[in-house]
Design a protein. Structure first.
Length: 661
C-alpha cells in the first residue's frame, strides 16, 4: 500500500493560489449568477469579478460618491472601503464606510446590476454612523444591519431594518472586546471587536469578527467566531475562546506547525463567508499580511455546530489545499457553443449576451440539461420575469419522460409555488410573496433535492412548503421552464450531492432496502447496523460528524463485498484504520493516529468528531478533525457511501457529500 506523502499532495493536485488578489483589503464580496463581485479598499470605487474565487479581473468602475455629507479627502473614490454588497428583492445594494469626521460614517447606494452604476438614494445625510456595515437577510425574510461603533473601544452592534433603505428600533450592543484574552494582546491594550459578518447555517447563527489592532506593527489582528440562537442574540458568552484564524504559525493541532522557512501570513481580517461555485462548499474571503496586504481564500467547514476555518494557506505549505470546486453542470450562457450541445428544449429558447431567454407567452416551454440524472442535488438559477402580464417561471425536474416537479414564481397571484407530479395526485403548494415583490428585478432560486425531500429558497428566504417530498432516491433530470410569459435566466448550476443534518437526514438504506432516517441527534445506528446511500459520482468529497459509544465507521466507497473501502474509528476517536477490497483482492490494512485539536468550541461528547474523505479516481485523501491523515492509492469505482456501528451505538450527523467534476 502506497501512502502519498503530504509534500507531494499539493504538487499533484491544484492548490488555491493564495494570495488571490494583491493590494486590496476591507472588501465586501457578493456571489451572484455564477460569479463573485469584490469591492473595497484598493478598488477605488471599482469592482473585481471572478468565476472561481481564485482568478479576478478588473476593477470595473461602479461607484463614485456624490452627496452633501462628505468633503475633501473623504469624498474621493479611494476612501470607499469596508463594503457590503447584497441583492435584495431584485435590487443590488452597496453599503460602505467613509473616513469622514472623527466618528466615521456609512453610506448606501443601489444599482440595477452587480457592476452598477450605483446611485445614492439619499444625498443629504449618511445612512448610519461608524464603520464596517453588513446587511443580513434571515431565512424568514427579515433584515438586520450590523455595524461597529466607538465607545470604550470598537464594539459590534446590530439593528432590525424595515427594508434595505430604513433602520428601525434602537441598535443592540452585541460583542465587546474580552479583556485578558487573545482579543487584547496588543500593548497598550487595543479594545477592538470589528468587521462583523453573519451567516445562518443549520438553523444556527454565526458571526465572524476581528479583534486586536489591524496595524502591522502589532501583528495580532485575528478572526474570532460567536454563535447565537437569533440574529440579535450574539453575546460575549457565545464567543469561541480562541481565534479561528490568525498567523499560519499558530498550530491548529498538537505539534503541527509550518516548516521554519515557510513565509508567515498573519493579520487576518475583514471576513466574508460565501458559498463556493458549486453551491455547497463554504469559503472565507479575507485579507492578510505577507509581504503586503492582499486577499486570501480558505475553506470553511461546519464541524457539527462548530465553524472551523482552514488556513491561512499558501502553496508553499504542504498538504491538500484545493481550489474551489466547480458544479457538476454549469452554464452562464456566455460561451460560443451552440445551445443544443448542453440543453434539450421544448419551445422557443435563445442564448444571447450571457442570458438564456424563453418565449413562453403562448404556452409552457422547457429546457432540460444534457447530463446524468441525480437523486440528490443542489441547483441554482437567477431568473427574471419578461415584464407585463402574468405567467410562471422557474425550475423543473423530470423522471424519465414524466414531469416530476415545477418550482418557481407565479405573477398572476404574486406567489411562489411548488408542484410535485404536475397533473397528478401530489398537488401544488403556494406561498405568498411580499406585496412589494419586485417582478422587474433578478431573483435567485435555489432548489435542494435530498432523496426526494425538496427545500426551495428565494434568495436567502426559505419558502415553507410543508409537503415538499416525493419518492426516495428517485433520480431526476433538472432544467428550466416558463409558461404564459417571456422570461430570462442569467445562469444555471447543478451539483450532485447533498447536505443533511438532524431530522433532515434521509435516503440511507440497510442492505435489505429498509430506509433509516435521522432524528434530533442525527442518524443513530445500533451495534451491527449498517446503511448505504448513493449512487455516487466517480470523484467527490464526503464529510460527517460522528459520536460513538464504541467502534464504528464509514464506507467512503462501497460497490459490493468485493469492492469497498472501510474506515473504522475507535471509541475515543484516537485511531482510524483503513481496510478494504478492490476487484476481490484484500487491501493492506493501514492505521492512522488522530491528533486532537488544541481548541474546540464544543465538547466532543456532545458535538462529535469530524471525519472527511476526498475521493479521486486514483486515491482517497483522509482527514480527521481538520487534520490531513494521509492518502490511500487505488482506482476505486463509482459506488455508494456507507455508515456502520460495530461495537456500541454510533450517531452520524452533519453529513455532506458533493461531486468533484
Amino acid at each position: 500500500m502506497n501512502i502519498l506523502s503530504f509534500a507531494v499532495t499539493c504538487a499533484l493536485l491544484l492548490c488555491a493560489p493564495n494570495p488571490v488578489l494583491p493590494g486590496t483589503n476591507d472588501v465586501g464580496v457578493l456571489r451572484h449568477a455564477g460569479k463573485y463581485y469584490l469591492m473595497g479598499m484598493g478598488t477605488s470605487g471599482g469592482i473585481y469579478v471572478s468565476g472561481d474565487l481564485s482568478n479576478w479581473s478588473g476593477p470595473h468602475h461602479a461607484f463614485s460618491m456624490e452627496n452633501a455629507w462628505t468633503e475633501g479627502p473623504s469624498a474621493t473614490d479611494e476612501n470607499i472601503h469596508a463594503c457590503d454588497l447584497v441583492l435584495l428583492n431584485g435590487v443590488f445594494h452597496l453599503y460602505w464606510s467613509v473616513n469622514h469626521g472623527e466618528l466615521r460614517q456609512i453610506g448606501h447606494a443601489v444599482g440595477d446590476n452587480p457592476l452598477g452604476p450605483y446611485r445614492e438614494p439619499a444625498h443629504d445625510v449618511p445612512f448610519d454612523g461608524r464603520i464596517d456595515p453588513q446587511c443580513f437577510q434571515d431565512a424568514d425574510g427579515r433584515l438586520y444591519f450590523y455595524t461597529v461603533k466607538f465607545g470604550m473601544g470598537n464594539i459590534i452592534w446590530g439593528q432590525p431594518m424595515a427594508d434595505p433603505w430604513t433602520l428601525t428600533d434602537k441598535p443592540v450592543r452585541l460583542l465587546t472586546p474580552s479583556r485578558d484574552t487573545w482579543e487584547t494582546l496588543d500593548q497598550p491594550p487595543q479594545f477592538v471587536n470589528e468587521g462583523p459578518f453573519v451567516v445562518r447555517h443549520r438553523d444556527r447563527y454565526y458571526m465572524v469578527y476581528n479583534a486586536n489592532h489591524t496595524s502591522r506593527q502589532f501583528g495580532n489582528y485575528a478572526l474570532g467566531v460567536a454563535e447565537a440562537d437569533t440574529p440579535l442574540g450574539f453575546k460575549n458568552a457565545g464567543k469561541y475562546p480562541f481565534p479561528v484564524l490568525r498567523s499560519n504559525r499558530d498550530p491548529k493541532h498538537e505539534g503541527v506547525t509550518p516548516e521554519p522557512d515557510t513565509p508567515e501570513v498573519k493579520n487576518c481580517g475583514q471576513p466574508n463567508l460565501v458559498r463556493g461555485p458549486n453551491g455547497i462548499e463554504w469559503w472565507l474571503v479575507y485579507f492578510a499580511d505577507q509581504q503586503r496586504r492582499a486577499q486570501y481564500i480558505d475553506r470553511a467547514h461546519f464541524f457539527g455546530r462548530e465553524l472551523y476555518i482552514e488556513g491561512p494557506t499558501l502553496a508553499e505549505i504542504p498538504g491538500y489545499q484545493p481550489v474551489p470546486a466547480i458544479p457538476s453542470f454549469w452554464d452562464l450562457f456566455d460561451g460560443s457553443e451552440p445551445l443544443d450541445e448542453r440543453w434539450s428544449r421544448d419551445g422557443a429558447w435563445q442564448k444571447e449576451n450571457g442570458v438564456l431567454r424563453a418565449a413562453g407567452e403562448e404556452g409552457a416551454v422547457f429546457a432540460r440539461t444534457k447530463m446524468a440524472d441525480a437523486a440528490h442535488y443542489v441547483s441554482e438559477t437567477v431568473l427574471r420575469h419578461g415584464g407585463g402580464g402574468a405567467g410562471r417561471l422557474g425550475v423543473a425536474a423530470w423522471r424519465g419522460n414524466d414531469l416530476l416537479l415545477l418550482a418557481g414564481l407565479d405573477r398572476a397571484d404574486n406567489t411562489a409555488f411548488l408542484n410535485l407530479c404536475p397533473g397528478g395526485t401530489c398537488g401544488e403548494e403556494r406561498v405568498s410573496l411580499p406585496p412589494d415583490f419586485n417582478w422587474d428585478g433578478p431573483h435567485t432560486l435555489r432548489v435542494e433535492n435530498n432523496a426526494g425531500q425538496f427545500a426551495v429558497h428565494l434568495g436567502a428566504v426559505l419558502l415553507k412548503f410543508t409537503g415538499a417530498r416525493t419518492e426516495k432516491n428517485q433520480p431526476v433530470q433538472a432544467g428550466l421552464f416558463a409558461e404564459g410569459c417571456a422570461a430570462s435566466f442569467d445562469s444555471f448550476l447543478l451539483t450532485h450531492g447533498w447536505e443533511e443534518w438532524g431530522a433532515g437526514i434521509r435516503g440511507w438504506e440497510t442492505r435489505e432496502g429498509r430506509e433509516q432516517k435521522g432524528g434530533k441527534d442525527g442518524l443513530a445506528l445500533a451495534p451491527g447496523e449498517s446503511v448505504f446511500k448513493g449512487g455516487l459520482p466517480l470523484q467527490y468529497e464526503f464529510s460527517l460528524q460522528v459520536r460513538s459509544e464504541g467502534v464504528g465507521g464509514v464506507y467512503p466507497v462501497y460497490r459490493d463485498e468485493d469492492n469497498y473501502a472501510c474506515l473504522t474509528f475507535d471509541r475515543d476517536f484516537t485511531t482510524i484504520r483503513f481496510s478494504g477490497r478492490r476487484h476481490g483482492q484484500p487491501q493492506p490494512s493501514v492505521e492512522f493516529s488522530v491528533r486532537k485539536r488544541i481548541h474546540r468550541a464544543h465538547d466532543a461528547a456532545v458535538n462529535g468528531d469530524n471525519l472527511r474523505v476526498v475521493k479521486f479516481g486514483d486515491r482517497l485523501i483522509l482527514f480527521a478533525e481538520g487534520y490531513e491523515l494521509g492518502t490511500i492509492m487505488g482506482d476505486w469505482p463509482v459506488s455508494r457511501a456507507g455508515l456502520f456501528a460495530e461495537k456500541g451505538r454510533c450517531a452520524f450527523d452533519g453529513i455532506t457529500l458533493y461531486e468533484l467534476p
